[in-house]
Design a protein around this ligand. Sequence first.
Ligand SMILES: NC(=O)c1ccc[n+]([C@@H]2O[C@H](COP(=O)([O-])OP(=O)(O)OC[C@H]3O[C@@H](n4cnc5c(N)ncnc54)[C@H](O)[C@@H]3O)[C@@H](O)[C@H]2O)c1
Length: 347
Amino acid sequence: MFVILINNKFFILVKIQLFNAIYFRIVIIVQKVIITGGAGFIGYHLSKLLLDKGFEVEIFDNFSNYYSSKIKWLNASEMKNKGATITKGSILNKNELSNSFENADLLFHLAAQPGVRYSTINPSIALRINVEGTANVLSVAKDKKIKRIVVAGSSSVFGNKEYLPIDENHPKNPVSYYGVSKLAAEKISKVTSHLYENMEINIIRPFTVVGARQRPDMGLNIFTTKALNNEKITIYGNGEQTRDWTHIENMISAFYLAAIKENVIGEDFNVGSGFRTSVNDLLKLISKYTGKELKIEYVEFDKADVNDTLADISKAKNLLGYKPIKSLENAIQEFIDDYFLLKEKFT
Ligand SMILES: NC(=O)c1ccc[n+]([C@@H]2O[C@H](COP(=O)([O-])OP(=O)(O)OC[C@H]3O[C@@H](n4cnc5c(N)ncnc54)[C@H](O)[C@@H]3O)[C@@H](O)[C@H]2O)c1
């Protein structure tokens, strides 16, 4: 038997002997990938990348109403048109997970209750979905013998910086319930790797992801949408806090690399752009790209927010070959283009 892997498909040359004649058949096996939370912002872009790379993609998502499920259904239907299977189910339900995870080769676990501010008001919801949900996903993945798994962590696990750039060994002292829940999800992933050595689990810790279809509760989306509608923008703090804004295409390339690098197992990676920009400078860029003069109101800093973030991306560069290519400016322009596209679709 001869096996080769081209474009994420296994081509197997099978020899068949029938009476005195010998035949050869090529059998093509497509790798099945599950993306929990695949209808969300990062999941949408990751699904597109994986479909383009020839994987069979199943999106598993409960289309939660944390933000408009219309956007999530649009994301999913675009992916369905490209060949993905869509399953509506919750990571809190092991039976639903079990049905989907059958025969999967790869799993990306992105489903979560995001939102730092939301978690201040609803700590138990964030904790239940992100902690119990992750435990369920990994337990079913073990039963279904899914070998390779990439789990979405978060830069929020670090809390306020002790030094910059933040490497993987930086102390992890979250300042929000969301951060606590994501840290617990990471620990569950590490314990699972420790207990079941044949499970290959890597963690990607995204630093503020930006681009088209960004979640409506995130800064760039809120500021740009308000700018385009001539509405007042509220900034928590003096706007001098900085973020490592990471273009969505850079981010999904890291997720992909963490899934396919054969010898990279049981690792965690901080993934950002390697640059930081203040909120005030982001606002200037938004003003430039929207052509609008912004109305800004500064209010008290939210203690659940962190002051500065900047990822040390050397580990991701060295072990994964991660190379951020697209910029914050690209993300703003692409967000604006997509904003008008969505407006046309929904009106
Ligand atoms: N976007 C960022 O900047 C960022 C930064 C750090 C970490 N992350 C992490 O990346 C992942 C994806 O984030 P995103 O920005 O795409 O968020 P998102 O909210 O757009 O996507 C998450 C998806 O999970 C789904 N979901 C929620 N609860 C579920 C449940 N019980 N069962 C099944 N599906 C459920 C939602 O419907 C949504 O489609 C999350 O784990 C998040 O914590 C994101």
